[in-house]
Design a protein around this ligand. Structure first.
Ligand SMILES: NC(=O)c1ccc[n+]([C@@H]2O[C@H](COP(=O)([O-])OP(=O)(O)OC[C@H]3O[C@@H](n4cnc5c(N)ncnc54)[C@H](OP(=O)(O)O)[C@@H]3O)[C@@H](O)[C@H]2O)c1
Length: 336
């Protein structure tokens, strides 16, 4: 349990304003246990984080823990935190692109909520991978990105807004060429794009594009996901928390390198969603603590290594492809 001394007043946590005028806390708690932290432990962390001052929780049906998190959210509200003070995100998993309404209904039931603040299309591919699979796993009828199909899913997402089940809808794991098409064709504009971002993978162009087009960028793996599953590891990967620049700044401030990554993210204008069952208080305290200097911010900007950690190989649709095909690295949507 969090003691009174380990509580940050939610009123002092920076907020992001969305195009609807709604405000979203600029740090959230991630809830993906990376196939090794159990659902009850994560539900316990959600409760602890709420007592510590968190109001933003990043959930998803595929994380397999929305039911226990729902019980935790109910307890949190019973403890006096009003629903309107919380920001709850959930996501449509890839095998449910054809049943958006049913999937959202299930997440609402599991999370014990009458509405979500944000519902994301988790990946722009309808390609499924079973929980706990390895990097060679492929969906039998995997598909490339097809704008018409994505928009069919998006129309159902828009209905959820009309129905009052969700306040905002958004995208995740998108690229600039894909987002351009969605912005062109959407009736209800995406409010957020959730994307990997940490000091070794800063995605400056996509980050700028998202923000300049009136969306907010939510950053996943903000500390470089040290506990990520085996399928998401390659020998080339680097760890931002082991970067000498980050370590030196951490030493100067007397904080953990992970906290430096989170402070940098919030100061840069993105919204990190660090997962943590052990360090969530330190992460929140870091965000409201003394800021990084502009020199420190510049030093971190200079250590970008374009090192994507979540490459998504399991979503490839053709034999012989490399993961770059998922990310339109040539500047246009990878042809089918
Ligand atoms: N949209 C998507 O496709 C997508 C993809 C990936 C992730 N996400 C979301 O983003 C969230 C975050 O990503 P992630 O969980 O992969 O990676 P992450 O937040 O970068 O890293 C989490 C790991 O860092 C450790 N950690 C956190 N703060 C720390 C601190 N101050 N000191 C030391 N260690 C610390 C945690 O350990 P402890 O638990 O021991 O504190 C945990 O092992 C996920 O949980 C999920 O909600 C979304």
């Amino acid at each position: 349990m969090t003691s009174a001394l380990q509580r940050i007043d939610p009123a002092v946590i920076p907020q992001r304003i969305l195009y609807t005028g709604a405000t979203m806390p600029a740090i959230g708690l991630g809830t993906f246990g990376s196939d090794h932290v159990s659902a009850p432990q994560i539900a316990e962390a959600v409760k602890g984080a709420a007592s510590a001052g968190y109001r933003h929780f990043d959930c998803a049906s595929v994380y397999g823990n929305e039911k226990p998190i729902g019980v935790a959210l109910e307890e949190i509200q019973r403890g006096g935190i009003r629903r309107e003070e919380l920001w709850i995100t959930s996501k449509l998993w890839n095998d449910m692109h054809d049943d958006v309404i049913g999937s959202c209904r299930q997440s609402l039931a599991d999370l014990r909520l009458s509405y979500l603040d944000l519902y994301l299309v988790h990946w722009p591919f309808p390609n499924f991978h079973p929980p706990g699979c390895d990097v060679t796993s492929r969906c039998a009828n995997a598909r490339p990105y097809i704008q018409e199909n994505y928009m069919r899913t998006w129309r159902e997402m828009e209905k959820l807004v009309d129905m009052g089940w969700v306040r905002h809808i958004g995208t995740s794991n998108m690229t600039i060429p894909k987002l351009k098409l969605v912005l062109r064709d959407a009736r209800v504009k995406p409010a957020v794009n959730e994307m990997e971002m940490h000091p070794h993978f800063q995605q400056p162009e996509l980050f700028r594009f998202v923000e300049e087009n009136g969306m907010r960028a939510v950053g996943y793996c903000p500390v470089g996901s040290p506990g990520r599953p085996e399928r998401d590891r390659t020998p080339e990967d680097t760890a931002p928390t082991e970067d000498p620049v980050i370590i030196e700044i951490a030493r100067r401030h007397g904080i953990h390198p992970a906290v430096v990554c989170i402070k940098w993210a919030v100061q840069r204008g993105q919204t990190p969603i660090p997962f943590s069952v052990n360090h969530y208080f330190a992460n929140l305290a870091g965000v409201v603590g003394p800021p990084l200097s502009s020199e420190e911010m510049r030093a971190i900007a200079a250590i970008d290594r374009n090192c994507r950690l979540i490459k998504g190989q399991v979503f490839l649709w053709k034999p012989g492809q490399t993961w770059e095909a998922l990310w339109d690295t040539n500047g246009e949507i990878t042809p089918p």
